[in-house]
Design a protein around this ligand. Structure first.
Ligand code: SF4
Length: 197
């Protein structure tokens, strides 16, 4: 289901320097809005399609290109393919104007991506694609970049990234200037409790 925000992305959160959503240091964008409603989803606050932070795609592109020392860009959410037109525009411009590698996480399966008409674009523009619904019964916190073992990481022909998903669980703890703490990744329940107590 595609949402129409014109030339604006509906954004949930941006972390300009993260180390756990793909190889190296990456500019990470969580889009707002996902209709897939996976049971046990860690980011349910990102399901609503109501505008959270509307950011013009040119502004987002400039912010990415102005960030020094990153290896790539990662988009997740939320569901990036539900903002498909702007997604393809952004990826195409990143490819054209930089050497940054591109990693997109989608909850859609391959046949659904084909039906959306996005498969060829993702193959052409992405270096890595994490594919498939989060399935709680297959929850796996021991595999880098995916949350359940049914999900796969695809490396399209022409991918510039060679680093394969490892058996490990990565969690990132970010303390902002106001000393508030956020945790990203797939922390197990005990870790969350320890940090939040
Ligand atoms: S696709 Fe991702 S964001 Fe959407 S419900 Fe599933 S796990 Fe949550």
């Amino acid at each position: 289901m595609a949402r129409d925000y014109g030339e604006y992305f509906n954004i949930a959160y941006i972390e300009p320097e993260s180390h756990i959503y793909g190889p190296g240091k990456r500019f990470v964008i969580w889009v707002q809005g996902c209709s897939l409603a996976c049971k046990g989803c860690w980011n349910q606050q990102m399901w609503s399609e109501k505008p959270k932070k509307l950011l013009h795609r040119e502004v987002l592109l400039e912010a990415i290109l102005a960030t020094e020392g990153i290896q790539g860009v990662t988009l997740l959410g939320g569901e990036p393919l539900e903002q498909q037109i702007n997604l393809v525009w952004l990826l195409g411009n990143i490819r054209e104007k930089s050497d940054l590698t591109i990693f997109v996480f989608t909850g859609y399966e391959v046949d659904e991506i084909e039906r959306l008409g996005a498969y060829d674009d993702l193959q052409k523009l992405c270096d890595m694609i994490a594919i498939g619904r989060y399935r709680q019964s297959y929850r796996n916190v021991d595999q880098q970049w995916i949350g359940s073992s049914n999900q796969t990481v695809m490396y399209p022909n022409g991918s510039r990234e060679k680093e394969q998903s490892q058996k490990m669980n990565q969690v990132e703890i970010i303390i902002d200037d106001n000393a508030s703490l956020s945790i990203t990744g797939f922390p197990d329940d005990d870790l969350v409790k320890t940090l939040m107590d």
